[in-house]
Design a protein around this ligand. Structure first.
Ligand code: NAP
Length: 511
């Protein structure tokens, strides 16, 4: 299956050098074995030493920032300024996890010393102490739309290493050069810290063999967990493959999201122009290729609501040449936009014919027009396809007769990363009801803002109910993302000298 491949510059549609070679099955096998060997020592290193590795990784990435950002822009078509912000977030995340493991309380140690006076035959009074311990080698699959923050050195890699798990990254075929530069930086940090090279491995993938690398990695008997960011189809395929193993392993899949936004009537009346501008900016940011992009806008079918929708439609119609990440993403966007526009009662700006005419040929720049779809609350309730993500610069407006109909229509929204309410100061009652409905179906609820722009902090939840993720109890961003890669272990009546450092008397509760 070994195959050579090149990246494509989406701005021109041309292939760019150099040639990359897809990892072979033997290389996948060897990476798993190296990671397992490295786990023996790495998994029990003091938190402070893992913190030094993460800090060294941030420093090594800073050494290649310009090269990394330039190459990422070439391979994804994303603007340099946007990638500079993403780079800052990536190194910030590495340093945040370094701080967390240095401090140590993330292991959530609990110490119950022997119970005094427990009568024989009643509840045993054993000395029991528990803490979180790393799972073992983690396979990481990044997405095409965040080549840095969800890429080789992204949040999954950083949090898994922080937890004490060696990481094997499957390179994304859309940005192989970016992946290779980041992987080089991380490998140098591992070497500088004098750690086993199996702590971090990178497997380029693309060309004929790309799917096989992923499948072999998830099936590798020494891989203990998977972190995935990408499409629903990809995430669920890996989840199923992990469950079919003779020893199933957890997959934490962050997938697509529709990110509903509810605009309440007074807010629409008071500041319709501002809302329209805010929504258009968020929908068109990065050509709509963000997992938190607003996908469904619920608005009342009255004059202020109509004004917002027509303004939004005009702004999207004007955005005709949005550079897309890859042909695969562009074609997927087009297919989904057509599916939705083809639903009875759905109207489309620009018209479907104009939309079709705007489609470029199979060669040339990888661009696509933005578009606004519109339907009624009843139409939305009747068409399941309208409730799935359209990944690209499109949004669906759902017309509602009143707030009660908006609340009823929200019942049709499937699990999402975010849910937003835009309300005026006089609408607290209605806003509270909408927020409560949104919080039942989203990982993060946003008040008077837009969902794009994810803060990396302990208070963040980047996750949500199925199908936004397959693990609604977890977050992929923030301090708590670490816990995905660990499991609780209890030590019963174990002598002091044999306990992990974090559970010994007088040692504090540091990991
Ligand atoms: P993608 O096509 O699913 O690719 C993601 C990774 O998964 C790639 O490395 C891909 O490798 C691999 N993959 C996909 N299907 C696979 C399969 N059946 N078996 C093995 N590996 C497989 O997604 P993308 O186009 O990069 O990203 C866009 C999607 O990601 C959007 O839906 C977006 O909403 C979502 N996203 C979600 C979040 C979040 O946090 N929830 C963040 C960013 C993006 P191959 O190409 O080699 O198969």
């Amino acid at each position: 299956m070994s195959a050579s491949f090149r990246a494509v510059d989406p701005r021109t549609g041309e292939e760019v050098d150099p040639v990359f070679v897809c990892a072979t099955p033997e290389e996948v096998g060897a990476a798993g074995e190296r990671a397992w060997r490295a786990f023996g020592r790495f998994g029990s290193l003091p938190g402070g030493e893992r913190a030094m590795l993460l800090d060294a990784m941030a420093r090594e990435l800073e050494e290649v920032e310009r090269e990394l950002v330039t190459r990422a822009s070439l391979e994804t078509g994303l603007a340099v300024e946007r990638l500079e912000r993403e780079f800052a977030r990536t190194v910030f995340t590495l340093r945040m996890y370094a701080e967390i493991v240095r401090e140590g309380s993330w292991v959530r140690a609990a110490i119950d010393r022997p119970a005094r006076g427990a009568a024989p035959g009643t509840i045993p009074g054993h000395d029991v102490r528990r803490m979180l311990a790393p799972l073992g080698p983690v396979a990481v699959f990044g997405a095409s739309n965040f080549p840095l923050a969800y890429g080789v050195a992204g949040g999954d890699t950083a949090s898994a290493l922080a937890a004490g798990c060696p990481v094997i990254v499957k390179g994304h075929p859309s940005h192989p050069g970016t992946g290779a530069i980041a992987a080089g930086a991380l490998a140098r940090a591992v070497e500088t810290r004098g750690l086993d090279d199996g702590v971090f491995s990178y497997l380029p993938s693309g060309g004929a063999g790309e799917m096989e690398v992923g499948a072999l990695l998830v099936g590798h008997p020494l891989v203990r967990a998977v972190g995935f960011t990408g499409s629903f189809r990809g995430g669920m395929a890996l989840d199923e493959a992990a469950r079919r193993r003779s020893v199933p392993i957890p997959v934490f899949a962050e997938m697509g999201s529709t990110n509903p936004v509810c605009v309440l009537p007074e807010a629409a009346r008071e500041r319709g122009a501002e809302i329209e501008q805010l929504l258009a900016g968020s929908i068109l940011d990065s050509s709509g290729q963000q997992c938190t992009c607003p996908g469904i806008v619920f608005v009342l079918d009255d004059a202020p609501g109509r004004k917002i929708a027509s303004g939004l439609g005009a702004r999207l119609e004007a955005a005709r040449e949005n550079v897309m990440l890859s042909r695969r993403v562009r074609d997927g966007y087009w297919k989904r936009a057509q599916e939705c526009a083809g639903v009875a009662g759905v109207s489309c700006t620009p018209s479907l014919e104009a939309f079709a005419r705007a489609q470029p040929a199979a060669s040339g720049p990888v661009v696509a027009p933005a578009g606004l779809l519109e339907t009624t609350a009843a139409g939305f309730g009747a068409a399941p396809t309208l409730r799935e993500e359209v990944f690209g610069p499109a949004a669906l407006v759902v017309w509602c007769a009143d707030v009660d109909e908006m609340l009823a229509a929200l019942g049709g929204v499937v699990g999402s990363l975010t849910g937003t309410v835009i309300a005026s100061a006089q609408e607290n009652g209605a806003a509270g009801r909408v927020l409560s409905s949104l919080s039942a179906r989203a990982g993060r609820v946003v008040f008077n803002g837009v969902p794009t722009g994810v803060r990396v902090a302990a208070g963040m939840v980047h996750g949500g109910p199925y199908p936004a993720t397959n693990r609604p109890e977890s977050t992929a961003v923030g301090a708590f993302a670490l816990e995905r890669w660990a499991r609780p272990v209890c030590f019963q009546n174990v002598p002091q000298g044999m306990l992990p450092a974090g559970l010994r008397e007088g040692a504090g509760e540091k990991g």
